[in-house]
Design a protein around this ligand. Structure first.
Ligand code: MN
Length: 235
């Protein structure tokens, strides 16, 4: 086979605890909207609704290797770049119409991720009833720490999810406050799309989303999964 333009690289994320160069290939990135009640309320909603989804391009991942600090360029067009710290689910086995009871068999691992959002552009699109792509699906919009194999994670309802910006806590909650559990999210996503190995699902953010600017340092952690450190740098 011959390709007529250069073949794109496979987007990928390092695997924690594996030999250097061992990567998780990224197929699609699904994101859940408003999956913590207090965040739904801060965005002007009731907090009680069926889950809904949007996507980011696979190459929007900005992988941050274990023990390093990632660098995200402040994106174009926006004056309101928001952080959303989220538990990311990495799919190892695909399928359609997966029941919640079977869903955990499809999970390869977890990671700490940031659903970075050009909030002003997203809000403009919402007002006009237009797609969110420009607010959510831009370059480097999905910083993510190493994928941790599920067997090495100790996630429970009480696992804390915390984001600090320049050492001050901005977001704090526990995984048990998700409206839809990981298993339920997989059931819903796989009813709408066929899941495939390499899919990532950003499972929603707790309350406290706010803007960051160049020179800010974001430090996220999810108990039982890991950490993610990110510097925002000038474009
Ligand atoms: Mn989000």
């Amino acid at each position: 086979m011959t390709f007529v333009v250069p073949v794109p690289a496979v987007a990928s994320v390092p695997v924690k605890g594996a030999p250097a160069g061992t990567m998780f290939p990224v197929h699609r990135i699904y994101c859940v909207g408003r999956n913590y009640v207090e965040h739904a309320i801060e965005m002007g909603h009731t907090g009680r609704e069926a889950p809904f989804f949007f996507m980011k391009p696979a190459d929007a991942v900005l992988p941050v290797a274990e023990g390093t600090v990632g660098r995200m360029h402040y994106p174009s067009l926006t004056r309101s770049l928001h952080h959303e710290l989220e538990l990311v689910v990495a799919i190892g086995k695909g399928g359609r119409d997966i029941a919640a009871a079977d869903a955990m068999d499809h999970v390869w691992g977890y990671a700490v991720g940031l659903d970075m959002t050009r909030r002003d552009l997203q809000n403009d699109m919402k007002k006009q009833g237009r797609p969110w792509c420009i607010g959510k699906g831009f370059d480097e919009a999905a910083p993510i720490g190493p994928i941790v194999p599920a067997a090495q994670c100790e996630l429970g309802a009480g696992s804390k999810i915390v984001l600090e910006v320049n050492g001050a806590v901005r977001q704090t909650s526990v995984i048990g406050k998700m409206i839809w559990s990981v298993a339920e999210i997989i059931e819903h996503v796989s009813a709408a799309w066929e899941l495939a190995p390499g899919d990532l699902i950003f499972s929603g953010t707790p309350e406290g989303v706010a803007a960051v600017v160049a020179a800010d340092r974001l430090s996220g952690r999810i108990e039982g999964v890991g950490t993610l450190a990110l510097d925002i740098v000038e474009r």
